[in-house]
Design a protein around this ligand. Sequence first.
Ligand code: PLP
Length: 290
Amino acid sequence: MLTIEWSLASGWEKPYIKPLENLSLHPASSALHYAIELFEGMKAYRGVDGKIRLFRPTLNMDRMARSARRTTLPPSLGVKKPTKALLYVILSPVGSYFASGSFNPISLWADPKYVRAWKGGTGDCKLGGNYGSAIYAQQEALEFGCQQVLWLYGEDHQITEVGTMNLFLYWINEDGENELATPPLDGIILPGVTRQSILDLALNWGEFKVSERYITMSDLTAALEESRVKEMFGAGTACIVCPISKILYKGKHLHIPTMENGPELTTRFLNKLSDIQYGREDSDWTVLVS
Ligand SMILES: *Cc1c(COP(=O)(O)O)cnc(C)c1O
């Protein structure tokens, strides 16, 4: 096998031809070449009582099974259906978001020239290919001084997800109702465990309208002009919730008043979910690890 290593510090090293090492993942693996690969992201929380809890792990396992079904569909391109698989579980300490004491809002870059996912694609599965292809846009967001990409979709610039988080908008909708809105699971949205949990909590509270609905950039800009936007936030296992303060769209900086509004609802979800995850509140959403 010809092997040439590369690093940022020294660039390309000398090429070597040497026998294939006994690697557990073969370099010709279809996981590397065709991204026949999937992953999951789940945390274990050490609670205030010292016990370790998983948060709704069956939702992750169900999603993993759906991703696996999608990757092993009858293949095209002469790529054969896999006959072997390798499962890695990487355990790494991540610390708690609270420990860092920060609840800093993020700025987003929205440009329809890049698309994260499309109808008939794999955006609703946690497949590696969805993420590697998003890095280029993320880099461009940083060049524009923004922290993450706001992924748009379609001619009407629907807002779909933010970076690798689901997106929520808490606003006064077109009919004058208080509404918590997130895009529907129509194939281009990753069904997040945090997204589902936020919807479940809000429906249970019953204090405002909860909708899985389309939201376009023009819906958002109209609402901003009419001061109907309360809070906007991303949601995912890594940060639980992440407030959004700015969107750069068509060369204009749109100010999102999330922080000015508390952010009351975003903080309430953060507190409620972390109370459950860290065992401050009993819930059948957690599973104890013995
Ligand atoms: C993992 C992921 C999420 C969040 O899912 P959680 O289960 O809440 O962690 C949202 N969007 C994308 C694109 C993701 O990959």
